[in-house]
Write a protein that binds this ligand. Structure first.
Ligand code: SF4
Length: 200
């Protein structure tokens, strides 16, 4: 029986998710955490404190991780803020199971860590889902309010191009509540970048 009260590791829509942090460098207008406290098997994804790597692994081990197709770093914050810890947990998962590892990210880890971060993902992360949501820098800034300013959009595109060298599968995602034209423009950007596209 899986622990359905856990707010560090939780199930959602058939997937197994890890909630590493409540910190984020964006303030997206559509952020789900402004609307509900929890998702799926977690009543609340608000953390009293950020879990250590050991705590995450302890919680992971309460689940049959190998039964899941993938483990996803997501939760109520930007996982790459804790990239070293995310990579440590990823390596643990890959060493002990055949389960794939995905990070759902705002694509700003290079700005967060002030260096190229894509090379660090090699061998530890199988998939990236990168939230884009708008098709140009000004519109992205207006919708997502990144703390790094309007050129954040260009940083995300650069990160996607870089990550293609190190991560097997990359998808650009948009939320379904943005205008249809933005969805189509983002679809075109994903096509030009040579990555998958999904509306979530
Ligand atoms: S990047 Fe994700 S966690 Fe951060 S504000 Fe936007 S939707 Fe919320």
């Amino acid at each position: 029986m899986e622990n359905r009260e856990n707010n560090i590791v939780y199930t959602y829509g058939g997937g197994l998710y890890i909630n590493m942090t409540n910190r984020c460098t964006n303030r997206c207008a559509f952020c789900v955490r402004q609307m509900v406290d929890g998702l799926g098997g977690a009543n609340s994804l608000w953390l009293e404190k950020e879990p250590s790597v050991e705590e995450v692994i302890e919680e992971l081990n309460k689940f049959q991780v190998g039964d899941y197709e993938e483990v996803i770093f997501c939760g109520y914050g930007e996982p790459t803020i804790r990239l070293p810890e995310v990579l440590e947990v990823s390596r643990y998962i890959k060493a002990h199971t055949g389960t794939q590892v995905r990070i759902n990210t705002n694509g700003l880890s290079d700005r967060i860590h002030k260096k190229r971060t894509a090379p660090l993902l090699e061998g530890a992360v199988d998939r990236l889902s990168i939230s884009l949501n708008e098709a140009d820098a000004a519109a992205y800034y207006a919708l997502c309010k990144p703390e790094f300013g309007e050129d954040s959009f260009d940083s995300i595109l650069a990160f996607i191009k870089d990550a293609k060298q190190y991560v097997g599968h990359i998808a650009v995602s948009v939320v379904s509540c943005i205008p249809k034209e933005s969805v189509e423009q983002c679809r075109q950007i994903a096509h030009e970048l040579g990555v998958d596209f999904k509306v979530r």
